[in-house]
Design a protein around this ligand. Structure first.
Ligand code: GTP
Ligand code: MG
Length: 410
């Protein structure tokens, strides 16, 4: 019996030891769990630990991702600038249309922006005046004057005419003061700019349909920007403007125009990427007519004048639009910094669509202001607008007198 009692004692002791050991182990495990998981994860509802591992487009915020869930201890505090906020079941914010801006008046813009012509001012205006005020106007000096004009892209024929007339007048004048020279040069440059050209941008049809303006040119010259700037001026004049995004090569092109439209308060008619530009231009005019718009501005895709297929397409856009009404203005946008190459482009575009006006952009970034003279000569079409910067109000009606004054100083 004593033996049996001894065995019982040993068994009880073993059970007690086992319970204590298991208890201690269990406590450790729970303790370590507590340290690692705060709070202990409930099995059901998926819990979101921030930040989520790189969400992908189309992922649902509340769906757990495949990666093993990380615990708080393992996750560094999110960097405020990179943390993706976890938003569950919140509606996407509605994009508000930006407020429509009011532009500066167009009158006198060229005068206000004259400082932007500083490169042409230095190269052309100051260069010529310095040469002309030399003591002796010998052959070499006249040649330098010619070179200055040619470098500024005035063109060969106009340069020769100008130098010839200046030589003659300087000879007749005998003595010459700086003021006299300045006014001689001013007169001669003005003559070359054909001051009596009608430079009105025709935006009125004279019919009961809207005025129709089409903007054309090679890639990147500033067509879309010019269309936007022009729309802004027209809207500010109280006109109802519709924009036609006939550049269907890239979706971004229509977006760019639409952004301008929203900024200035003009609706944009657009079609699918890769769609037929002629039919979008046609629709834009049709919708313009339906909603009683005053002006429809059609922005076209940039195209190299050497690509006959694309040039034919442009001719088609024009013909299709003209099923509604004749175009009132076809503006060729030329980048002034491309110089003489612009003249070649101008010639080809003029053959395909009758150009009625030239917009010379980026005159703020070049010393080649003389291109104004050359391009008017080339086409017999006036420069109507000049671009003097990327800002919304950096498009100015071209005024020959203000332009010459800006070049040579008053
Ligand atoms: N400095 C300066 N930049 C200009 C002027 N006009 C346009 N730009 C810039 O030229 C770049 C091209 O302008 P866009 O209006 O997109 O040219 P686009 O002719 O529509 O181009 P594509 O549609 O691709 O053929 C943009 O960065 C404009 O901000 C200007 O008068 N001066
Ligand atoms: Mg464009």
């Amino acid at each position: 019996m004593a033996d049996t009692g001894r065995v019982m004692e040993i068994v009880i002791l073993a059970v007690v030891i086992a319970v204590v050991v298991i208890g201690a182990l269990g406590g450790l495990v729970i303790g370590s769990r507590r340290r690692k998981q705060l709070p202990p994860s409930p099995p059901a509802a998926p819990e979101i630990t921030a930040p989520p591992a790189e969400p992908h487009i189309g992922d649902e915020a509340e769906t757990p991702r495949d990666e093993p869930r990380r615990t708080i201890e393992e996750v560094d505090l999110p960097d405020a600038s990179t943390a993706a906020p976890v938003v569950v079941d919140e509606p996407a914010p509605v994009a508000e249309a930006p407020p429509v801006e009011v532009p500066e008046p167009t009158a006198g813009r060229l005068v206000r922006l004259r400082a932007r012509l500083s490169r042409s001012q230095n190269a052309l205006g100051k260069g010529l005046l310095t040469l002309l005020s030399r003591e002796h106007l010998d052959e070499d000096t006249w040649e330098e004057i010619e070179d200055t004009l040619l470098t500024a892209d005035v063109g060969v024929q106009p340069t020769q005419e100008l130098v010839e007339r200046l030589r003659e007048r300087v000879r007749v004048l005998g003595t010459r003061t700086p003021d006299e020279l300045r006014s001689l040069l001013r007169e001669e440059l003005l003559t070359l700019l054909v001051p009596d050209f009608d430079r009105t941008v025709n935006t009125e049809s004279g019919l009961d349909t809207p005025g129709i303006v089409m903007v054309v040119g090679v890639n990147g010259t500033g067509k879309t920007t010019t269309t936007g700037k022009l729309a802004r001026v027209l809207v500010a004049d109280g006109k109802h403007v519709v924009l036609g995004a006939a550049d269907t090569f890239r979706a971004a092109a229509a977006d760019q125009l639409q952004t301008w439209g929203e900024r200035v308060g003009a609706r944009t008619v657009r079609g699918p990427e890769g769609g037929d530009p002629a039919s979008i231009a046609f629709d834009a005019v049709k919708e313009g007519i339906q909603e009683g718009a005053d002006v429809v501005l059609i922005d076209t895709a940039g195209r190299l004048h050497t690509k006959t297929g694309l040039m034919d397409e442009l001719g088609k856009v024009k013909r299709v639009v003209e099923k509604h009404a004749p175009l009132d203005e076809v503006l060729l946008v030329l980048d002034a910094t491309t110089g003489q190459n612009g003249l070649v482009q101008a010639r080809v575009f003029a053959e395909v669509v009758d150009i009625t006006g030239i917009v010379l952009t980026k005159l703020d970034g070049t010393a080649k202001g003389g291109i104004v003279i050359a391009v008017q000569r080339e086409l017999g079409v006036p420069v109507k607008l000049v671009g003097l910067g990327e800002g919304a109000d950096d498009l100015a009606p071209f005024e020959p007198e203000a332009f010459v004054d800006a070049l040579i100083g008053e």
